[in-house]
Design a binder for this molecule. Structure first.
Ligand SMILES: C[S@@+](CC[C@H](N)C(=O)[O-])C[C@H]1O[C@@H](n2cnc3c(N)ncnc32)[C@H](O)[C@@H]1O
Length: 335
């Protein structure tokens, strides 16, 4: 004991300590073996999801020409985008971290899955399943498969239902800025029968390409529209959008890009704006870029007033141990 205490005192400068192996779970000792996530693809995906697909080439050219301030990158450089394979777009990559974010071990997934089932008044889980395609990490819990895709979508949609009564709005129109591969579009369209249109947009051509493919694959083209960056201004002007969402995207954007989007939303009188920053220190309470810089003043500059700020998980213990805890920010345009 004395020896352990002495060694730990020395190791503490390195943020390390020794403990008895018997009190650790196997995932904590690194003895669970290699991560052998299987890549399962539907027919045609391997041929279509390739870097030299003509549609992707066209989007790249259009986005390069458009040169909007929306595209000024800080995280999403070409190198970053090309670091993952298109075919495993639902895998543990830049779209949805599944093993790298805080609390991403199986015990955390288990807690979060039971929490999701307890709070899901909207029926997201009832209307969505996890098919394990495109490299997503899945966890068998409570007789079904869970993923971070389905868990985050359940938490987000139930939060929006609680504060905006999403399911009772007529002809609901939602705009997703930085929609990734269309994760929330897929889950929303499968849950809300009152959804008129869910618009997905993005400043990264690969993301637009993937969401177009994914939405078509899910047979949701009648209610989800993927809008390329160079058409988004016109779209916002013409549509009556109730809610804009930005999930784990502004945190990875430059201030110029965020300002470009905010100006568009304010000009289009988009009333509600839901922002989810990245979870750095278990969801530190600031609306911040990955660099730590607070951008809430920028949001307010465009007339958006913070109505609700809430932890992703209402239960403090789940906020401490749940998968990827962060904070939800709901803004409303000043009348
Ligand atoms: C971490 S992913 C999150 C994807 C999706 N919102 C989700 O939660 O599943 C970040 C997204 O922001 C997008 N993005 C990056 N830079 C952007 C910019 N300047 N404007 C809009 N979206 C951007 C990326 O293409 C990507 O789709």
């Amino acid at each position: 004991m004395v020896v352990t205490r002495k060694i730990n005192a020395l190791l503490s400068v390195l943020d390390l300590c020794i403990v008895n192996k018997s009190i650790l779970y196997d995932w904590q000792t690194g003895e669970t073996g290699e991560d052998t996530q299987e890549l399962r693809l539907p027919d045609g995906a391997a041929e279509y999801l390739v870097i030299d697909n003509p549609r992707l080439r066209e989007l790249r050219e259009r986005y390069a020409e458009f040169q909007a301030r929306a595209s000024v990158p800080i995280v999403w450089t070409d190198e970053y985008v090309q670091s993952y394979g298109l075919q495993s777009f639902r895998g543990d990559n830049c779209y949805v971290w599944q093993t790298k974010d805080p609390n991403c071990d199986e015990i955390n997934y288990c807690l979060t899955a039971y929490y999701a089932q307890a709070i899901d008044r909207l029926g997201v889980l009832q209307n969505n399943s996890e098919d394990g395609l495109f490299g997503v990490h899945t966890y068998p819990i409570s007789s079904r498969d869970f993923s971070r895709d389905i868990l985050d979508s359940t938490a987000e949609l139930n939060f929006l239902e609680k504060h905006l009564n999403l399911s009772s709005r007529e002809n609901l129109q939602i705009l997703d800025i930085g929609a990734g591969y269309g994760r929330l579009a897929h889950r929303t369209a499968s849950t809300l029968s009152n959804l008129s249109t869910y618009f997905c947009t993005d400043a990264v051509p690969e993301s637009t390409f993937l969401s177009e493919y994914h939405i078509k694959f899910r047979n949701l083209k009648d209610r989800v529209t993927v809008v390329p960056l160079d058409e988004i201004e016109e779209c916002i002007r013409q549509q009556d959008i109730d809610l804009a969402v930005n999930i784990h995207s502004f945190s990875e954007c430059s201030l110029e890009a965020i300002e470009w989007w905010l100006a568009l939303l304010a000009a289009g009188k988009v009333r509600n704006l839901f922002i989810v920053p990245n979870s750095s220190d278990h969801g530190g309470e600031r609306l911040a870029l990955n660099s730590g810089e607070d951008f809430s003043a920028l949001v307010e500059k465009y007339g958006y007033i913070l109505k609700i700020k809430a932890p992703k998980y209402e239960d403090p213990l789940v906020q401490k141990f749940g998968v990827s805890p962060t904070w939800y920010y709901l803004y409303q345009l000043d009348d």
